[in-house]
Write a protein that binds this ligand. Structure first.
Ligand SMILES: [Zn+2]
Length: 418
């Protein structure tokens, strides 16, 4: 008997671990409990008072029919141990999932049951890793930061540098995604539109992010992020977080509650007459990654409405953060990895303070301009060379990697300042 009891407990434990757990409804309830004024802000979804009234940074225009909206994404990767410091490839695999699921390019769209297929929608929203940071410099769109925190709770601690997290980038221009170790069974949560700007974005557990690397079954297809970004775009769970509740979307049927695993079609949950039953394969249910494959036309309309003039995500229509040519300093030079340009010696490298540029052929250097740029491609120092041997002081520059270009030689030398 005791053995049976232990066995049962272990079984329940395992099945609970394999079930999706979205932190969004609990997060929203707690935020409203702490700050009751937020209830109205969430209800209005951050709309400005009158439609058409725009504020600084907004697009001054509405969305266009069929416009593909591009959203720059910044990943704040917070890790304690190496296993949490997931690879660039894993991060990129998650962006690829978003770009398939929000464009109806997911290979499993064929698994949508015939009764629901006519409701499928290409949301026409795409995502890029940001190419330009909020200061205007080039970026990879990935911020890696080691933290002392063993884990984070669904209380926004990961969104503030002061608490071992990382501050949000301008939430009018970037979708901020924090990837970290979450406490308990929560796989992630997303902020609904209308909340405080500094907390706006999505949080995802590191081992359910992307489709490659060490991932936790059955969350290996990146759908946790598809789901949480859905919340950030104003979607609710299909059951409206209530018994036979409503998500406010016309073409998603009411359902009694969430579905786990991957039910057989049709799964009837008895909320009104509907022969197709629950739309358990919708991205906003709790089914396994491999079971999800559809956003509906109604959900598309809801998400895109946030980008209309006067609405909370309108500013994304004018962000240029996906365009690397908009960055200060332009593209980074392609450096000579180490050593010297033909006929010119540059030493020492790495350098503490004073760099010497010399040549036996003075004509190669005299009257040429030496330009030093930083890793963002921004010019930080410039000096005209007057002799066959010249000294440049790098003392004003912080330690780091720089690029030295001499005249029009077309060659760039990588310099390490200690
Ligand atoms: Zn959710």
């Amino acid at each position: 008997m005791r053995f049976l009891l232990i066995f049962c407990c272990i079984s329940i434990g395992f099945s609970a671990l394999g079930q999706r757990n979205c932190g969004t409804p609990g997060y929203v309830r707690e935020q409203v409990r702490l700050n009751p004024a937020l209830a109205a802000a969430y209800a209005s979804e951050g709309r400005t008072e009158q439609r058409g009234q725009t504020t600084a940074g907004e697009a001054q225009r509405d969305t266009l029919l069929n416009e593909v909206i591009t959203i720059p994404v910044v990943i704040h990767l917070l890790y304690k141990g190496n296993e949490q410091n997931i690879s660039d490839a894993q991060i990129r695999s998650q962006l690829a999932v978003l770009n398939r699921d929000y464009r109806l390019l997911n290979a499993d769209t064929g698994f949508t049951p015939a009764g629901f297929k006519p409701r499928r929608a290409d949301v026409r929203i795409q995502f890029c890793l940001a190419q330009v940071d909020p200061r205007g410099y080039r970026t990879t769109g990935i911020v890696r930061k080691q933290t002392n925190n063993d884990y984070f709770f669904a209380d926004d601690g990961m969104k503030f540098s002061a608490g071992g997290g990382d501050d949000a980038w301008d939430t009018k221009q970037y979708l901020n995604i924090w990837v970290c170790n979450m406490f308990g069974r929560v796989l992630g949560y997303g902020t609904p539109p209308g909340g405080p700007a500094a907390k706006d974005g999505v949080v995802i557990m590191y081992d359910v992010f992307g489709t490659t690397g060490s991932l936790r079954a059955p969350f290996t297809k990146g759908r946790t992020t598809t789901h949480e970004v859905g919340h950030w775009l104003g979607l609710k769970h299909l059951w409206g977080d209530d018994d036979c509740g409503d998500d406010g979307i016309d073409d998603t049927p009411r359902q009694k509650t969430f579905n786990f695993g991957c039910p057989a079609f049709p799964h009837l949950s008895g909320c009104g007459s509907n022969g197709n039953g629950d739309m358990f394969m919708n991205f906003m249910d709790y089914t396994d990654d491999a079971c999800m494959n559809i956003f509906t036309a109604g959900q598309k309309k809801k998400m895109r409405s946030l980008f209309a003039q006067g609405n909370v995500r309108n500013s994304f229509l004018v962000t240029m953060a996906c365009d690397s040519t908009a960055a200060q300093g332009g593209p980074l030079p392609d450096p000579v990895p180490a050593g010297d340009v033909a006929g010119i010696k540059v030493f020492p490298n790495p350098v503490n303070d004073v760099l010497t540029i010399s040549s036996v052929n003075a004509a190669l250097l005299v009257d040429q301009v030496a330009v030093v740029t930083n890793i963002q491609g921004v010019k930080v120092l410039q000096q005209r060379l007057l002799h066959a041997s010249n000294k440049i002081s790098l003392a004003p520059l912080p330690a780091g990697i720089y690029f030295l270009r001499i005249g029009n030689s077309g060659k760039t030398i990588r310099i390490v300042r200690l």
